[in-house]
Design a protein around this ligand. Structure first.
Ligand SMILES: Cc1cc2nc3c(=O)[nH]c(=O)nc-3n(C[C@H](O)[C@H](O)[C@H](O)COP(=O)(O)OP(=O)(O)OC[C@H]3O[C@@H](n4cnc5c(N)ncnc54)[C@H](O)[C@@H]3O)c2cc1C
Ligand code: FES
Length: 342
């Protein structure tokens, strides 16, 4: 019997995946996985189980009342999980926390498989995940990796596509950084503990052209997204602008180039900020964003990088009246800043 992979994204950034059998309702499938989604009547009457389907196809049937879900709400992608029977993999945003649903973050272990140093700019960390199951996540999401022996963790976006036993991360080298120092001495066979997947920065249904804006190692989630797009195919135009500070920080450009052959509508530009660079495109990503990549606003923009870069792009959009149809962003906030903000 067919079954579908349903991603439940909770308000606190936690994602849990449940297996939903063909003909099964999402509420029941979640319950089988010990996740108590909000519910009351389980009969399509109260509306307590209302969530938002962000992608996938499904049938809601006609056994629910308008008071629980109006036709306009259904048209807008809202669903009643007590009625929803998926007919494909789906992503569902649940308007409450994972703890309220008696679930939480998932932990898993992994072994360092390969560490590739990209001069003093970045490290490509590849891990083999324990057990036969590859971790489920959405392209663009991240995990927290415990820094061994420190009692602390750091967040990193997957640079590989979901479904692989070997997972990858592109990590900026920070002088005297806790994780950076640990990575400088790591070797294949070392063990790591991870928690996740997490985050609401993930690739949605592709319904219009895409503009990807990456700052430094903010390239990582886009590599995951591009791999999925190349595997599933896409007719929409996809443009990536990858900005870095120094020439040396431009890493994995050959990997990006590979997607030109695999994704016919894919183009990209690299941009280097420092004055001393002889790169043909100098400055900030916002200076190399011609109107055609914005498609008059009929574009979904995904933006990821260090906080100043993300803030600068958002300000540029505001100042220039750029209003993309959808705008998703992720800030690689350093741990210290995140604590200050808390
Ligand atoms: C959701 C999320 C996803 C992330 N994904 C990635 C990713 O895929 N790749 C990646 O490289 N990073 C990513 N980060 C950032 C990452 O979690 C760490 O903050 C970063 O790797 C620094 O860790 P560290 O232990 O080496 O340095 P720390 O010990 O945390 O920092 C040492 C010192 O350096 C400063 N510092 C930290 N980061 C920077 C920086 N970028 N520039 C200048 N100074 C800095 C700190 O404020 C501190 O003073 C992500 C962050 C978030 C919140
Ligand atoms: S639980 Fe009442 S409408 Fe779904």
């Amino acid at each position: 019997m067919a079954s579908y992979n349903i991603a439940l994204n909770f308000e606190d950034g936690v994602t849990r995946f449940v297996d939903c059998k063909d003909g099964e309702k999402v509420l029941d499938a979640a319950f089988r996985s010990k996740i108590n989604l909000p519910m009351d009547c389980s009969d399509g009457v109260c509306g307590t189980c209302k969530c938002r389907a962000e992608s996938g196809s499904y049938d809601l049937g006609d056994d629910f009342v308008d008071d629980a879900l109006t036709p306009d709400e259904a048209e807008a992608g809202l669903v009643l999980t007590c009625q929803m029977k998926p007919s494909s993999d789906c992503v569902i945003a649940v308007p409450t926390t994972s703890t309220a649903c008696k679930t939480g973050q998932q932990k898993f272990g992994a072994t360092v498989a390969r560490v590739t140093q990209h001069n003093d700019a970045a490290i490509l960390l590849e891990l083999d995940v324990d057990a036969a199951t590859a971790p489920a996540f959405l392209p663009g999401q991240y995990v927290n990796i415990d820094v061994p022996g420190s009692g602390q963790s750091r967040s990193y976006s997957f640079s590989t596509a979901p479904g692989e036993q070997r997972i990858g991360f592109l990590i900026k080298k920070i002088p005297d950084g806790l994780m950076s120092n640990w990575l400088a001495g790591t070797k294949p066979g070392d063990r790591l503990d991870l928690t996740g997947p997490l985050g609401s920065f993930y690739l949605r249904n592709v319904e219009r052209p895409l503009l990807f804006l990456a700052g430094g190692t903010g390239l990582a989630p886009f590599l995951s997204m591009l791999e999925i797009l190349a595997r599933t195919g896409s007719d929409e135009k996809i443009h990536l602008i990858y900005g870095v500070t120094r020439d040396l920080d431009l890493v994995l450009v050959d990997k990006i180039e590979d997607y030109i052959a695999r994704l016919p509508n894919f183009t990209f530009t690299t941009v280097v900020a420092e004055d001393a660079s002889s790169h043909p495109y100098k400055g900030w990503v916002t200076q190399h964003m011609p109107p055609d990549v914005l498609h008059g606003g009929d574009v979904d923009v995904y933006l990821c990088g260090p906080p100043p870069m993300v803030d600068a792009v958002r300000k540029h959009f505001d100042d220039n009246g750029v209003k993309p149809r959808c705008f998703h962003y992720e800030k690689f906030t350093p741990n210290a800043m995140a604590k200050e903000a808390a």
